[in-house]
Design a protein around this ligand. Structure first.
Ligand code: PEP
Ligand code: MN
Length: 341
């Protein structure tokens, strides 16, 4: 339910919040410029009780939230969400570009790539320390050592670190080392993991499952947000279709749909979305034209030597080319590149 207040009086707001909590719901206060609203989110079965709040002083009206994604949707929070990570802004009028190798392989590789990403104009460095591989015989990542190497790369460049967390018991350690936690496509509906990252204070890149609908993606964001962490970045990374020329089918229509349904920043991963390096730049441009707030791309100094996803990784020169080719598009959509000092 949305409780629309006709006042900003703290006493009136506190009284409503106390009542919401007494009914067993969580209260989310949104201090808007025009008006203050309070979201009461919790057990759907007993929400009728909340209607009585209309009789409290300072309350204008109580209206239901119709969509199942209460906190991720636009009904309660209508303005676009913008997050800050160190010097970087995510969402709003900045385009943020997360780039780096699929996997952290060794010290030289990650430091070299971090430098390429920084000099090329990237906003954040990605790199998997824990890798969700289809085969148990494929490289599984350097694990904790990978996290330390990522930290070293951040110290060397100032780039914030984005890395994937695979299980709830890894969350504490990954949170200590990373600036943004990634939930991979294979884990989009791992509800225990979603709840665990929902208790952290770091932004979460939530990748769309390869067989998940947009609605399911938003419900997964809801799991994270309902635990208290409101900083979710939605990421379209391609879905399974009958098409075999590309690794996945990058569903770019998800971008305007997500922007319509949700206030959360939306990013696109054209690397996993296509599986081929030569398709990354065209689809990155299409993503920005479609209204994406950010991109995630795989970059490797020598893709032919990569332990994973070399075929879809950009060489350094191609990464720089992508940023250059994006610039005119950014000005058309009213965004500028988020630069890291
Ligand atoms: C990744 O970003 O390295 C990754 C494994 O992506 P996805 O979860 O989208 O497959
Ligand atoms: Mn990858």
């Amino acid at each position: 339910m949305i409780i629309v207040m006709e006042t900003r009086d703290k006493k009136d707001i506190d009284r409503v919040v106390a009542k919401i909590e007494e009914f067993g719901y969580k209260a989310h206060i949104i201090w808007g410029v025009e008006r203050t609203v309070i979201g009461a989110v919790g057990d759907e079965r007993t929400k009728g009780r909340l209607l009585s709040l209309e009789s409290l002083p300072g309350v204008e009206k109580v209206v239901p939230i119709l969509k199942p994604f209460k906190l991720a949707g636009r009904e309660l929070i209508s303005e676009d969400s913008v997050f800050r990570v160190g010097d970087a802004q995510i969402g709003g009028d900045r385009l943020f570009i997360v780039a780096g190798p699929c996997s952290v392989e060794n010290r030289e590789q990650i430091l070299e790539t971090a430098r390429i990403v920084k000099d090329g104009g990237g906003t954040a460095l990605r790199g998997g320390a824990y890798k969700p591989r289809t085969s148990p015989y494929s490289f599984q990542g350097l694990e904790e050592e990978g996290l330390h190497l990522l930290q070293e790369a951040r110290e060397a460049t100032g780039l914030p670190i984005v890395t994937e967390v695979l299980t709830p018991d890894q969350v504490g350690l990954v949170e200590e080392h990373a600036d943004i936690l990634q939930i991979g496509a294979r884990n989009m509906q791992n509800y225990a993991l979603l709840k665990a990252v929902g208790k952290t204070s770091k932004p979460i890149v939530l990748k769309r499952g390869m067989m998940s609908t947009i609605n399911e993606l938003l419900m997964s964001a809801e799991y994270v947000m309902s635990e208290g962490n409101k900083q979710v970045i939605l990421c379209e990374r391609g879905i399974r279709t009958f098409e075999t020329e590309t690794r996945n089918t990058l569903d770019l229509s998800a971008v305007p749909v997500l922007k319509k349904l949700s206030h959360l920043p939306v990013m696109v991963d054209p690397s996993h979305g296509t599986g081929h390096w030569d398709l990354v730049i065209p689809m990155a441009k299409a993503a920005v034209a479609a209204g994406a707030d950010g991109l995630m791309v795989e970059v490797h100094p020598r893709p032919e030597e990569a332990y994973s996803d070399g075929a879809q990784s950009l060489k350094p020169a191609r990464f720089r080319q992508m940023i250059e080719e994006l610039k005119p598009l950014m000005s058309i959509v009213g965004k500028t590149l988020q630069e890291i000092p």
